[in-house]
Design a protein around this ligand. Structure first.
Ligand SMILES: O=C1O[C@H](COP(=O)(O)O)[C@@H](O)[C@H](O)[C@H]1O
Length: 253
């Protein structure tokens, strides 16, 4: 697929620093062009890797960064399932970021109200865009091919109008969540999936090489004008037959 880069690293030891370089290089570029860097975060296994690797970057300056969430679980911030709560303890509490730089959900609301409230926050942060155009979205992919909280065969895959959608029947707990929709994901300037471990090998092949039946959610991420990276480790890439890139250690994306 044109414009898609599938980059395979021996392990997360090499992948992590490359991810951090990708984030900070896109941040520098965005701040020069637009005065700020807008970054959408995912949860799951990404949280600890990203937090550790960004904190290891010399001279990390997030004062002009605006963080949003590609999806979020509707639980209180001190619940171990809260993506914001995890980033707060592992990253936000360790760097200087103005409160206005983190766009959080309001977990006290019902799931429908929460999606509406988060839509308003994104519209306010992106007043010029019909769908918010993030500089970079970092995505994960579950073993079922879901990304954000967009799950296989779920009606939300067909959403074309909403910026943020509520979901009350997530097959992966917790059941109540809010998620960015595909129009937002595919409007981003850059999207990077991070996928590691042998448990992702079979689904990664289906997503990147195609499958019979409807495309899995992760395969529907095709930025309209933006760049798309798949950063994966060797165990996740084990079943791939398409050409991939293998960067030498320390190379930048
Ligand atoms: O539930 C979620 O799962 C996906 C994938 O997580 P992973 O642990 O398999 O990497 C994640 O991207 C999403 O943000 C999260 O809510």
């Amino acid at each position: 697929m044109a414009g898609r880069r599938v980059v395979v690293f021996p392990s997360s030891v090499e992948l992590g620093p490359a991810l951090a370089h990708l984030v900070t290089s896109r941040a520098e570029k965005a701040i020069v062009s637009r005065g700020r860097f807008t970054l959408g975060l995912s949860g799951g296994s990404l949280v600890s890797m990203l937090s550790k690797e960004l904190l290891a970057m010399p001279d990390l300056d997030c004062s002009k960064w605006v963080f949003g969430f590609c999806d979020e679980r509707l639980v209180s911030f001190d619940d171990p399932e809260s993506t914001y709560g995890l980033y707060k303890s592992q990253f936000f509490s360790k760097v200087s970021i103005p409160d206005s730089g983190i766009l959080t959900i309001d977990p006290s609301l019902s799931v429908n109200e929460c999606a509406e409230d988060y839509t308003c926050k994104l519209k306010k942060a992106f007043p010029d865009d019909d769908f918010p155009v993030f500089d970079l979205l970092l995505l994960g992919m579950g073993p079922d091919g879901h990304t954000c909280s967009l799950f296989p065969e779920h009606p939300l895959l067909e959403e074309t109008k909403k910026i943020v959608a509520p979901i009350s029947d997530s097959p992966k707990p917790p059941p109540q969540r809010v998620t960015m929709t595909f129009p937002v994901v595919n409007s981003a300037r850059s999207v990077a999936f991070v996928s590691t471990g042998g448990s992702k090998a079979a689904v990664l092949k289906e997503v990147l090489e195609g499958r019979e039946g409807p495309a899995l959610p992760a395969a529907r991420v095709v930025p309209t004008n933006g760049e798309l990276f798949w950063l994966v480790d060797e165990p996740a890439a084990a079943s791939l037959t398409i050409p991939v890139e293998r960067l030498v250690s320390g190379a930048k994306l």
